[in-house]
Design a protein around this ligand. Structure first.
Ligand SMILES: [Zn+2]
Ligand SMILES: [Zn+2]
Length: 352
């Protein structure tokens, strides 16, 4: 099969022939219909992820058709249209037994713990635990983004963030995951303040229903940005998300909260940037909550897919470009210049 391969961190990957994957006993091989380009892929390529061994094929946001099924799989057949959460759970550890497959103790992640979906085919472990059926009316390009940014944003806003209608939500960082969070929060009846340093990202946030947009450029860092959010929200957001993942946006998000507000960390914090200095004094004095969101278990997809099916959520509107596999290496390396606005989808079956 053809795949995007890199041999060294930070050096431009190439598209070349590699052996086809084989279905694990409890897993499947999926023919990739579409796969999203995500900032996590860029971090992996830069060498920021200790799970990766070289040579490597990135890609963890995928949808496609089951091609081959392992002997131990009960519920899936070749030809099924499927997607997966980026965390593929084992189904047997204590976290999985409690229904929290998104923090499985023995999780695998395509594109990190093994070769991913920037390829014609990808192997996925424990299919009965992890596969999600993709309805016919949902394109692979739209479904591909659900497993990482969209599901993570959905869980951050709805489950971890416990958002209720009428609340103020601040979203710090309006790349793919941030724009997903804006759309989901608006659909839940919240008022959204979108924060970014890119006018184009803020334009998209406004298009997806953000009531207020804050350009953090020139506001004097985390404190100045948070002051502006508190001013616009009459004292602070009820819920605030760091959807970028940096010490500055994390602190700005926590500082944006009103009393008893909830911060949800959505963007991954690469260790190279150091841990954020969270103002724990305020966390105590104002009873703030600090939470994380790490994807979403396959069994929890139902309500999200229903909102997509009904048109209340439009993940298709996040897709700003669709490219063939041959264009993926350049697109991956270009991510270093910033999170960008909107979502790029790679279709391995698409002609160059
Ligand atoms: Zn991702
Ligand atoms: Zn597990």
């Amino acid at each position: 099969m053809r795949a995007v391969v890199f041999e060294r961190y930070g050096r431009e990957p190439e598209v070349r022939e590699v052996p086809d994957p084989v279905a694990p006993e409890h897993g499947v091989v999926v023919r990739v219909g579409a796969t999203g380009l995500c900032r996590s892929d860029w971090h992996g390529w830069m060498g920021h992820d200790p799970d990766i061994t070289l040579p490597h094929v990135p890609g963890h946001e995928l949808a496609g058709v089951v091609e081959a099924v392992g002997a131990g799989v009960a519920n899936w057949r070749p030809g099924d249209r499927v997607t997966v959460p980026f965390v593929c759970a084992c189904g047997r550890c204590a976290a999985c037994a409690a229904g929290h497959q998104q923090v499985c103790e023995r999780q695998t992640q395509p594109g990190f713990t093994h070769w991913g979906s920037f390829a014609e085919y990808v192997a996925l472990e424990h299919a009965d635990v992890n596969l999600v059926s993709v309805p016919e009316e949902l394109s692979f390009a739209t479904a591909a983004g659900l497993g990482c940014r969209f599901a993570t944003a959905f869980r951050a806003v709805v489950a971890q963030g416990r958002l209720t209608a009428g609340e103020w939500v601040a979203v710090h960082g309006c790349g793919g995951v941030g724009l997903s969070a804006v759309m989901i929060a608006v659909a839940c009846g919240a008022r959204v303040v979108a924060v970014d340093i890119s006018p184009r990202a803020l334009d998209l946030a406004r298009k997806f229903g953000a009531a207020e947009c804050v350009d953090a450029t020139g506001l004097g860092g985390a404190d100045g940005t948070a002051d502006r959010v508190r001013e616009l929200t009459g004292g602070g957001a009820h819920l605030s998300l760091d959807a970028l993942g940096s010490p500055a946006t994390c602190v700005a998000s926590v500082q944006s909260l009103r009393r008893r507000g909830r911060h949800v960390q959505v963007g991954l914090l690469p260790s190279a940037a150091g841990d954020p200095v969270v103002p724990m004094g305020r966390v105590i004095g104002e009873e703030l909550e600090i939470l994380g969101s790490h994807g979403m278990a396959a069994h929890a997809y139902g309500p999200m897919l229903e909102m997509v099916r009904s048109g209340a959520l439009r993940p298709d509107m996040l897709v700003t470009s669709v490219i063939p596999l041959d264009a993926a290496p350049a697109a991956l390396s270009a991510m270093g210049t910033g999170p960008g606005a909107g979502v790029t989808i790679i279709e391995p079956g698409r002609a160059a």
